[in-house]
Ligand binder design. Sequence first.
Ligand SMILES: Cc1cc2nc3c(=O)[nH]c(=O)nc-3n(C[C@H](O)[C@H](O)[C@H](O)COP(=O)(O)OP(=O)(O)OC[C@H]3O[C@@H](n4cnc5c(N)ncnc54)[C@H](O)[C@@H]3O)c2cc1C
Length: 453
Amino acid sequence: MQLTNILKNTTSLVTNTLGKTGEQTNQTRTTSRPRVVVIGSGFGGLNVVRGLAKSEVEVVLLDRNNYHGFWPLLYQVATAELVPDSIAFPVREFVKSYHNTIFHMAVVTDIDLANKRVSIREGQPISYDYLVLAAGSTNNYFGNKVIAQNTFSLKDVEQAVEIRQGILKAFEKAALEPDAEKRQTLLTFLVVGSGPTGVELSGALAELIPPLLQKFYSGLAGEKARIILVEAHTTLLESFPGPLQQKAQQHLEKMGVEILKNHEVTGVENGEVTFKQGPKIQAGTVVWAAGVRASTLAEKLGVKLAHGERVPVESTLNLKEHPEVYVIGDMSYLEGFKGGKKPYPGVAQVAIQMGQQAAKNILAQIEGKTQEDFHYIDKGQLSTIGRRDAVAEVFNLQLSGFVAWLVWGAVHIFYLLGARNRLLVMLGWAYNYATFNLGIRIVGGWPHQKAAK
Ligand SMILES: Cc1cc2nc3c(=O)[nH]c(=O)nc-3n(C[C@H](O)[C@H](O)[C@H](O)COP(=O)(O)OP(=O)(O)OC[C@H]3O[C@@H](n4cnc5c(N)ncnc54)[C@H](O)[C@@H]3O)c2cc1C
């Protein structure tokens, strides 16, 4: 069964039962303990739950998925290196050790600040005393709906599986395509945006695609697949130091990735990518990794949003006018990164540390104590380039090559949730990296034709 169907079935199961549990959540407030509603079981949300464990509060955790997604490894699901559930951890498994916490799989649709309650698509509104918004980010298409419709996105497990299927189906279509130009379009894979996601994805594609073509598609012998990384600005990995940016570019080019800098995509339609500068490119598979903006829930707060539609927060991570409402992680806008005017970036460490601070500040508020400002401990940044190379800036140390890759691997295993997932990922890496085996290549069939009655 496809992941979409599994998720749909799970959703309907929850929809059917949530009426009851939803009522319990709203009306039967069995305790007089303050209730903290946390929206999002990502890096930020789970750390709020952890920080509130053992305290005298009731925590209601909500997420549209029933899993916590480890997004930094999502590109490896998209490129057939890891199985989807090795990077997804069931939230109910996580909350079972937190006796003051309940979880509902539900999509939050609205926030009523005046009456202190959130609306969910699957049931009755849920009231809160304290609210934490940790709903992360979504793609920013800068208002271009056509690009949104015609590109793949890499924001959750379902989308990673869609990319994997899209790549594999492109090969199957190319193998049956008599027209050489159309075949080349099908065999052209273009990634827009050269932040860590774009760089990691294009490096992984460069390792997946040429061997796939050679080993399994004898009918396509002599054809050349193209992997193109497009960037609107002048550098790759903009937040990294210059020497690491150059190393990343050199590595990618050595692997066969074509890099187009200073190219702003203006449209993607019918297998054709257009740019503000330069000629069009025919590409059958286009992945958008070019911009992020805060979850659209930010718009429900009625406050003036900052850059990237993020919610400006006080240094204590809550809203000025509603101190009982906290906004953390990718959704929040707070200046002070590296002691300057820059906002804290949308990375996992910021979300984790904000989650920890928000939990402390909620408890301080309840106990009538002074809340603390957010202080970030910058542990650095990492990006892989293929299976054996990476660039890393760790505690002001610049690393590249295999050593950087080892640091990257250790950090990711450390932060991955669940012993089973860690084992699955390590086994997957060991097997794939040693053999260069091409991983998970099951696509599922083309849609069935329904029999006429
Ligand atoms: C492909 C990819 C690769 C990345 N690589 C790295 C990396 O290598 N290193 C790094 O530091 N950072 C990386 N990041 C960024 C990092 O994952 C984020 O900064 C981090 O996840 C932010 O944490 P968060 O808690 O704010 O949001 P998230 O972790 O995204 O969690 C948000 C949660 O909210 C839920 N949600 C959203 N809307 C609703 C709604 N309406 N109702 C209910 N639930 C909702 C989502 O399902 C999700 O579970 C990557 C991100 C992506 C997408």
